[in-house]
Design a protein around this ligand. Structure first.
Ligand code: ADP
Length: 236
């Protein structure tokens, strides 16, 4: 297992936001984390990526305990996160944004910078925007740029925070396709996403939480039939 989350807990004062959640993410998969508003998804993402430290429990990445490491140290190990609001530099060009990502990758990568930038732009259909200011991109392309920038670091795993939020149906379909091709290129993905229909179509496996507890886990086919999940969504 690439990522192992073991009995993770997080309390904010008296509020137990995450109450002993455990699940694993297998290499080569798109794994979805779903749950109603306030169920603890963002908190869990913050715990895994090092933006929060847990009250108890352990996170292991590539067999190494990463609990308590700072976000930048976790990113350096190849577990890289994008944010809900696109994490691009609006005043820089598309190519410069990706180049910024390249500078954060581990030393010793052999491919030349411009070749790698070009490869990532091609992969995300951004080649025609090479010199365009990021701020001027359509929302869907901006989202793909934030994924390209994260990929520039050559991560083992990407954490995508609501990659489809605010996109129109065409842009959503395009982004779903790209997320699949990122996985097929060998990068494992853990994503939080509200659009359940897209989650079911994109994910190999899904973990559902509610009130800080895991309530269901399985393939999309398993999960749609799960009574606790149906109840969690209909009950809210
Ligand atoms: P989700 O992402 O699923 O909507 P969150 O992880 O944001 O859920 O929130 C889970 C619970 O933890 C909510 O009750 C929220 O109010 C609470 N919470 C989140 N962050 C904090 C914080 N920094 N301080 C206090 N309570 C928080």
């Amino acid at each position: 297992m690439l990522l192992q989350i073991d009995a993770l807990q997080k309390s904010f004062g008296k509020l137990a936001a995450i109450k002993s959640v455990s699940f694993d993410v297998a290499a080569g998969q798109v794994h979805g984390l779903i749950g109603p508003n306030g169920s603890g998804k963002t908190t869990l993402f913050n715990l895994v990526s090092g933006f929060l430290s847990p009250t108890a429990g352990q996170v292991r990445f590539r067999e190494r305990v990463i609990t308590g490491l700072k976000a930048h140290a976790i990113a350096r190990l190849g577990l890289v996160r994008t944010f809900q609001l696109t994490s691009v530099y609006p005043e820089m060009s598309v190519a410069e944004n990706v180049r910024m990502g390249l500078h954060r990758r581990p030393a010793g990568s052999s491919v030349s910078s411009s070749a790698r930038v070009q490869e990532l732009l091609d992969m995300m259909d951004l080649t025609s925007y090479h010199d365009t200011k990021a701020a001027l991109l359509p929302a869907g392309s901006q989202r793909l740029l934030s994924i390209a920038t994260a990929l520039a670091t050559s991560p083992h795993m990407l954490l995508l925070d609501e990659p489809l939020a605010g996109l129109n149906p065409t842009e959503k379909a395009e982004t779903v396709k790209k997320i699949r091709s990122v996985r097929d290129g060998g990068t494992t993905i853990l994503l939080v996403e509200h659009d359940i229909k897209s989650v079911l179509s994109i994910c190999d496996r899904i973990t559902a939480i509610n009130f800080g507890e895991k309530i269901a886990e399985g393939t999309p086919d398993d999960i749609v039939k799960d009574e606790r999940l149906i109840e969690a969504y209909l009950g809210n």
